[in-house]
Ligand binder design. Structure first.
Ligand SMILES: Cc1ncc(COP(=O)(O)O)c(C=O)c1O
Length: 342
């Protein structure tokens, strides 16, 4: 029997009946007046969880990243980021438009930076150079295939940033997956980042919502900018309730997404016309290569069988797991891959 399996992204989930119930039960108020108790509670809880002083609920990960960049920079500054970074590739050049900063993309490994890659890349000693002021670290990496930083990697980067007087912004859109994969204590991230963006609408499965975490002073500034950028929301406790539900009930499910991603990678490795190093799969994202046809052609053929994935380069395909993909859908996908690529 033909099945529909949507592995294009972990953002395609739909709210469950239980999540909708949590939304209808939410106590709300006008959050522009800071009177929404559900939002206030979520901001406090997330700040405590991640070891930051305060939080600000925003509509999207793009907005929380851009607010982070904004509060950490001055016009004429530059961000140091891996060339696969979301802020560099997928945010419509917002950093240049909203904060008047440049971006120096660096060649890291699977979307991750290291001290080795960063060495001698900081600029700003002369008037004519952009001033490198922020290190942007993505964890897990999206375009890098769900790779995670270890605590040792992050300790070394933090030490480097301190020595070089660089602030750290962590794009933690999938920090939940990173924590699930590595076991790092969430509070640790507050000790090594100046600002941090977390998302509720990726693998956690909330319909909308992200949050910027930082110091009280930075969050005050970000709140003002959020209003200026049109992101002040009124009875948004409805969405905060969904986010809260997602953290409580869907975060524990991510370990199953990671297991399924690894199982899919093992099948990909067995297919004659597909290539992957299964050891690269650390979380919920599986990136693999196709030969003998383009990625677009392969994705189309898979789509005809009911399995939806994303072309991610001329020969590259991405499959992303989320809590609405179960073992039956995984088995169906594995069968389709064996049929179509052997
Ligand atoms: C790593 C990363 N950062 C930021 C974002 C932006 O999130 P949004 O789509 O909510 O703006 C995404 C979106 O997929 C992402 O993967």
């Amino acid at each position: 029997m033909k099945m529909q399996v949507d592995l294009r992204s972990d953002t395609v989930t739909k709210p469950t009946p239980e999540m909708l119930e949590a939304i209808t039960q939410a106590e709300v108020g006008d959050d522009v007046f800071e009177e929404d108790p559900t939002v206030t509670k979520l901001q406090e809880e997330m700040a405590t969880l991640f070891g930051h002083e305060a939080g600000l609920f925003v509509p999207s990960g793009t907005m929380s990243n851009q607010l982070g960049v904004h509060v950490l920079t001055q016009p004429g500054d530059e961000l140091l980021i891996d060339h696969l970074g979301h802020i560099y590739n997928y945010e419509t050049a917002a950093a240049s438009h909203l904060s008047s900063v440049a971006i120096q993309p660096l060649q890291g490994h699977r979307g991750k930076l290291s001290v080795e890659v960063l060495k001698d890349r900081k600029r700003g000693a002369y008037d004519w150079e952009p001033n490198s002021s922020v290190l942007c670290l993505e964890n897990t990496t999206n375009k890098g295939g769900g790779a995670t930083y270890s605590e040792d990697d992050l300790d070394a980067l933090y030490e480097f940033a301190q020595e070089e007087e660089l602030a750290i912004h962590m794009d933690g859109a999938r920090i939940w997956n990173a924590i699930t994969a590595t076991g790092i204590d969430p509070e640790y991230f507050g000790s090594i980042s100046d600002t941090m963006s977390i998302c509720f609408s990726k693998g956690l499965g909330a319909p909308v919502g992200s949050m910027l975490l930082s110091s009280e002073a930075n969050i005050q500034r970000a709140r003002r900018m959020r209003k200026m950028w049109g992101g002040g929301m009124r009875q948004v406790g409805l969405l905060a309730a969904a986010a809260h539900y997602a953290v409580e009930h869907h975060w524990p499910l991510l370990k199953d997404d990671h297991r399924r991603a690894k199982e899919l990678a093992a099948t990909v490795a067995e297919c004659e016309r597909l290539d992957i190093d299964p050891d690269t799969v650390e979380s919920n994202i599986v990136i693999f290569e196709v030969h003998g046809e383009t990625a677009v052609e392969a994705v189309e053929r898979l789509g005809d069988s009911g399995v939806m994935v994303t072309p991610f380069g001329p020969q590259t395909i991405r499959a992303t797991f989320h809590h609405q993909i179960g073992d039956d859908q995984l088995a169906y996908t594995q069968d389709q891959l064996r049929d179509l690529f052997n």
